[in-house]
Design a protein around this ligand. Structure first.
Ligand code: ARG
Ligand code: ZN
Length: 438
């Protein structure tokens, strides 16, 4: 298996040409070659008028028309990557609407190659490969590079083995492709204390998210005895990877994959956007009923195994559940409900204050600028999100979606050298929220 992975990465680096979804036979192993993004451009489009948005978010429109890949769509701009063969038509389309794209990157593939090389240099001497280097910790976990699912799950088992008295490991369900969904619980007391939930990896390509959530786990545990009372007094539920199928697919086949891998529902269209699948404002604005769309909401609310597993697990534990933190990328934001409607939540003032405190601390620690705000104001309206659902269905008070680094230089393809500082920023939010719960 390691050999196949190495080969695929090598092929990626050497620039082996491949058509999308073409298969390569390796003896009895059939592996998809990674999808390439040679000369795919990443555009930022400003000044999109409300008139243009009225019918459908422009990203979704350009996704349909030009096979574009939406990276980020908010009230100020749209980041979208367009394949070489559609560049001209997409340009013309924008021209017709008097829009001019700012070119963030003129070759997405070179971003991907750079990300891979950076990790290689940080972790191994074997050129062109990401090796699993055994380290002092048995799982081989570190934050100099991104890891496969096996390593992340091995790390979770390792944490449990090291602190058997306070840590439990749950398998809360399986995915469409049969992978386990795992949650760690950290608590000093078998009785229920105030609880905090943290998840990552809802969206496959946002690799910094699971990297950050595993780092939060590490921060909590490696120094547990010396943690302040407001941290030790909580029960922590941590799920670093809500979408393991999508994540593995983004590592081996398509670096820009977002959804899970259920289906197909139509010829060759797989996956549901898990953050549009929760049972809150599910049928509303900001998601798509088209199974081929990147923001496909699913065939019904909570149609997906991942959504069901998390929703069922949390519904049973909603008593004293004080915080729901979910990590995404990118944009450097700390946002709170609502997202599915342009209305402020009841505790908006408190949520804004705590988010602002976190943002100030981040600036002190790493120098990064994050912004604290209401979700619909900065990201536009979108239904079906896990954040809104946790507030609406469970009554959680401190609900935050954290959009980690960066602000569009690398986007999802954040080089590994930024993992540690970014993860520290994510930890700072968790720490600040824990302190606020008191
Ligand atoms: N980037 C995230 C997404 O598109 C933002 C989530 C904000 N919350 C929401 N319910 N839309 O899923
Ligand atoms: Zn996301």
């Amino acid at each position: 298996r390691g050999g196949v992975e190495r080969l695929m990465l090598l092929a990626m680096l050497l620039g082996t040409a491949s058509a999308a979804n073409e298969s390569l036979s390796l003896g009895n192993i059939v592996a998809d070659l990674p999808e390439r993004y040679d000369e795919t451009q990443l555009w930022r489009i400003h000044n999109i008028s409300d008139a243009m948005r009225q019918y459908m978010p422009v990203g979704q429109l350009m996704e349909q028309k030009f096979g574009g890949n939406i990276w980020k769509e908010n009230s100020k701009f749209l980041d979208i990557s367009i394949g070489k063969e559609h560049l001209k038509a997409a340009r013309n389309f924008l021209d017709a609407h008097h829009l001019e794209p700012q070119i963030l990157a003129d070759n997405v593939q070179s971003l991907i190659d750079e990300e891979l090389l950076d990790g290689v240099q940080a972790t191994s001497s074997l050129p062109g490969t990401r090796t699993k280097k055994a380290s002092r910790s048995g799982s081989g976990m570190h934050w100099k590079d991104y890891h496969d699912l096996d390593t992340i799950y091995a790390f979770m088992r390792e944490v449990r083995a090291k602190y058997p008295n306070i840590v439990r490991l749950y398998t809360i369900g399986q995915t469409a492709e049969g992978r386990d969904l795992k949650v760690l619980r950290i608590s000093e007391n078998p009785r229920e204390y105030k609880k905090v939930w943290i998840d990552g990896g809802i969206h496959a390509r946002e690799w910094i998210s699971p990297a950050t959530v595993t780092f939060i786990l590490f921060q909590l545990m490696h120094n547990w005895e010396n943690q302040p009372a407001h941290i030790r007094g909580l029960t922590w539920y941590i799920m670093p990877m809500m979408n393991p199928d999508g994540y593995e697919y983004s590592r081996t086949v398509n670096r820009l994959w977002r959804k899970n891998r259920s289906g197909p529902r139509r010829a060759d269209c797989y996956g549901v956007d898990l953050n549009r699948n929760f049972d809150i404002g599910w049928n509303g604005f900001g998601s798509s009923k088209d199974p081929c769309s990147d923001v496909f909401r699913g065939t019904s609310a909570a149609s997906e195994l991942e959504t069901q597993a998390v929703a069922d697990f949390l519904a049973k534990r909603k008593y004293n559940l004080e915080a729901y933190l979910t990590y995404h990328s990118y944009g450097q934001l700390v946002v709170y409900p609502w997202a599915y409607k342009a209305v402020k939540v009841r505790d908006a003032a408190v949520l804004q204050r705590v988010a602002s405190t976190a943002v100030e601390r981040i600036a002190q620690k790493t120098g990064s600028t994050y912004r604290a705000s209401v979700t619909h104001e900065v990201l536009g309206i979108a239904g079906g999100g896990s954040d809104d659902w946790s507030r609406d269905a469970l009554g959680v008070k401190y609900v935050y979606t954290v959009e980690l680094r960066d602000r569009g230089t690398y986007g999802f393809v954040l080089p590994p050298k930024f993992i540690k500082d970014t993860a520290l920023e994510g930890w700072t939010v968790a720490e600040t929220v824990a302190q606020s719960i008191g």
